[in-house]
Design a protein around this ligand. Structure first.
Ligand code: SF4
Length: 403
């Protein structure tokens, strides 16, 4: 087991972040928040996919007014999901004006770079923190290098240029990110916010920079850290860079809550980023949320696509049933399924799984032996093979994991 970095414990609605608690998965909607129904429905999708906290943009009066309707919809569905408001530029105004929104949100995300310039910065920041204190809410001080406080960056660049051996600009920028977060946290505490109401993030979009920044940040504070590679990109690029960055940090015990910021393909579900978070935590053995499906990669012995289709159907079946099975079959996530493509490794790998099937490879007899708990129990064949095997999985889960 990895040694987790010690941090304060912060309560966000019904979820605890930090203090050695299991790492929390979060996500963010991409609907227009003023469309309360679309936003509530997407929150539920993200929650069903495994997000424990969902952030929504609150960028104008319509969005702020929509928050109570969103929360009412979730309550009607009997769902208690912590909703975080993402504020930039006008958060101090919206939080003061829309009390019900301020009361219902479980956390406020504040970006110190977008709170206001010059003398307005501290005044607006103070207003945000006062509202958090009034409603007893935690905040995330979320610094991002795309919106770093320009006054602070300029000051640090000027100071650096006067050094006999100036640092390179990338190092100054990274220092500025950390400084912005820690100075803001210090100011919030001075204003009366308790330390166990603060979470910090300092996001950048390059893997090596993210690792540098978080390693330093982790050494310099005890606040829980929200970790994620910002603007990670689309498709495999976003998945790989996020996984590498988060994997390296989490493996050092750094990170209390994670988000993967993927650009979805057009019409792709938003839930993909939650799935990636789950898989990262599962790969590191930090949180097991899904049964393991061992499937053969295919080779010259598999001239049909059946093993691919069956693997996909089983994966979809498990994804569809996740929330039901989590409730009805605690521990089901330990299940190990094998879907193999030929006799070479098929029976052996299937015997190692809880339930496994060894499909026939090219020129093999069109029959598929099924193994349960290491024993050959039946042989499937014919057009209904997929449904028959899924039925056997359902029975196995129900028999083994019923409370
Ligand atoms: S199990 Fe068979 S079909 Fe699959 S990769 Fe191995 S040898 Fe090829």
């Amino acid at each position: 087991m990895l040694q987790r970095r010690k941090s304060f414990k912060v309560k966000v609605g019904n979820v605890i972040i930090g203090g050695g608690q299991p790492i929390v998965i979060q996500s963010m909607t991409n609907t227009d928040t003023s469309d309360s129904l679309a936003t509530a429905k997407q929150i539920i999708e993200l929650y069903n996919a495994g997000a424990q906290i969902v952030r929504i943009t609150v960028n104008n009066e319509e969005s702020a007014a929509s928050v109570p309707q969103i929360c009412a919809y979730l309550t009607k569905q009997n769902l208690d999901i912590p909703i975080v408001g993402d504020f930039h530029y006008n958060g101090h105004i919206l939080l003061k004006k829309y009390h019900e929104m301020a009361r219902l949100l479980a956390k406020y995300r504040i970006n110190p770079g977008n709170v206001g310039r010059h003398d307005k910065h501290d005044e607006n920041f103070q207003s945000l923190i006062e509202t958090a204190i009034l409603h007893d809410k935690p905040v995330r001080i979320g610094v991002n290098w795309g919106s770093l406080d320009p006054d602070l960056l300029k000051k640090l660049m000027d100071e650096n240029s006067k050094l006999t051996e100036p640092k390179d600009s990338s190092t100054v920028l990274k220092d500025a990110l950390i400084k912005s977060a820690l100075m803001s946290a210090e100011l919030a505490v001075k204003l009366g916010l308790s330390q166990d109401k603060i979470i910090i993030s300092t996001k950048v979009s390059r893997v090596n920079d993210l690792i540098d920044v978080y390693e330093k940040l982790a050494l310099n504070c005890n606040y829980p850290l929200h970790v994620g590679l910002t603007e990670a990109g689309m498709g495999s690029k976003g998945i790989v860079t996020s996984s590498v960055a988060l994997g390296i940090l989490l493996n050092q015990g750094i990170g209390d809550t994670i988000r993967v910021s993927l650009t979805p393909e057009p019409n792709e579900s938003r839930t993909k980023e939650v799935e990636i978070c789950r898989q990262i935590l599962q790969a590191l053995n930090l949180k097991i949320t899904d049964p393991e499906i061992v499937s053969c990669p295919g080779c010259g012995r598999t001239t049909s696509t059946y093993f691919q289709e069956l693997t996909k159907d089983i994966t979809n079946h498990i994804n569809r049933n996740r929330s039901n099975w989590m409730q009805s079959y605690p521990g089901y996530e330990d299940l190990k399924i094998a879907v193999m493509g030929c006799i070479v490794n098929g029976p052996g790998e299937s015997k190692h799984a809880d339930i496994g099937i060894s499909l026939p490879g090219t020129n093999e007899e069109p029959k598929a032996p099924v193994f349960i708990d290491g024993k050959h129990v039946t042989t499937l064949s014919g057009d209904n093979l997929t449904n028959d095997f899924i039925q056997l999985i359902n029975e196995y889960v129900s028999n083994k994991y019923s409370q």
